[in-house]
Design a protein around this ligand. Structure first.
Ligand code: TRP
Length: 350
């Protein structure tokens, strides 16, 4: 069996450091591992439209942003096929056949969909497109015969749903599709990075994100005003590191080398945490260190992004090439699917 990756993001905003540690970093490592026969990275514009159908311009603008974010982080078009979902019409056709294999009740039970429905206040007027996006996500994955899907933790229910659809399809029509598995970050702090305000998730609407494109000043300002332990009032007070986003970020981003470079009185994060918990360590000192770490990680990404942003037409050329290539693969899978279902009536006339 071939080792194939398919993954992607909705272009509904610029990507932030939660995306970076939650999946982008892993994708780049997997890309450079040489262990994969093919890697597809999809900008899920059609999926983004399921909750932004009233604002296609926003989705369009963010396709460029996400493509820049991808390349700035090291996703290399020479090694990974980056493409735009809506260009691959075969995905929509696959979705239509897969919809027969899922019930409304099952979609309504999908925990990620459930949480999003609540957050968006759709209540009783849920758009069908939105409710069925997990089915289209199954089409995205299976069209490329992907066995590996590096994503954030919130995507696990989508992968579960995809596996169910694949099993149901293969059971009914014969072995055709590949059951995919998710790949999550090993580091627990990376699974769901909280917002700078301490809320469970980074989200554009909460204004608690640090973006990959943020300037050095913006990063500093955001880090220095981060939420910490509200009970850690005096420096001498013992502090909590577990629900404290500054320490969760350090857990996700800092290494022992960072300590050597910027805070050599501590050998590692364990020592810094112990001091904070015991009392006697001020938030300012922690934040200054975190800022140094974030600046070091984000500067090369930002510089590369600025360079790439000088030639936006080249970005769209790259996306067009990737999308054309992706379309060929998806068309071949669609042909297999129709053959398995015995609805390939005109296959011999071509
Ligand atoms: N749902 C993903 C997100 O919210 C985007 C996505 C669409 C995706 N299709 C996919 C991710 C297939 C992995 C595999 O960002």
């Amino acid at each position: 069996m071939k080792n194939i990756i398919l993954t992607g993001d909705r272009p509904s905003g610029k990507l932030h450091i939660g995306h970076y540690v939650g999946s982008l970093k892993r994708r780049v490592e997997l890309q450079n591992s040489g262990k994969f026969d093919k890697i597809y990275v999809m900008i899920a514009d059609a999926q983004a439209l399921t909750d932004n159908f009233d604002n296609p311009e926003k989705v369009r603008a963010n396709i460029t942003e996400v493509a820049l974010d991808y390349m700035a982080c090291g996703i290399d078009p020479a090694k990974s096929t980056i493409f735009v979902q809506s260009h691959v019409a075969e995905l929509t056709e696959l979705t239509f056949y897969y919809m027969n294999l899922v019930t409304l009740a099952r979609l309504e039970r999908n925990p990620t969909v459930k949480a999003e429905l609540k957050q968006k206040n759709f209540e009783l007027s849920i758009p069908m497109g939105f409710l069925t996006y997990p089915v289209s996500q199954t089409a995205d994955i299976t069209a490329f015969k992907a066995n590996t899907v590096p994503v954030g933790e919130d995507q696990l229910p989508m992968l579960e749903q995809a596996r169910e659809i694949v099993r149901s399809f293969n059971g009914l029509y014969g072995e055709t599709l590949i059951e995919p598995k998710a790949v999550l970050p090993d580091n627990k702090a990376c699974l769901r990075l909280p917002g700078t305000d301490g809320m469970a998730k980074m989200s554009k609407s909460l204004g608690n994100c640090i973006y990959l494109s943020d300037s050095a000043d913006e990063i500093k300002r955001k880090v220095m005003s981060m939420y910490t332990d509200p009970n850690h009032i005096k420096v001498t007070d013992p502090g909590d590191t577990k629900n404290n986003p500054t320490f969760i970020y350090l857990e996700a981003f800092s290494t022992d080398e960072h300590f050597q470079r910027y805070l050599s009185e501590y050998a590692n994060l364990g020592e810094l945490k112990a001091h904070y918990e015991r009392g006697g360590l001020g938030d300012m000192k922690v934040k200054k260190f975190l800022n140094a770490v974030m600046q070091e990680i984000l500067e090369p990404i930002r510089l590369k992004r600025e360079e790439l942003a000088k030639d936006i037409p080249a970005v769209w050329d790259m996306l067009y090439k990737g999308s054309e290539e992706a379309r060929k693969t998806a068309a071949a899978t669609l042909a297999d699917v129709k053959k398995a279902m015995r609805i390939d009536y005109f296959a011999d006339r071509k």
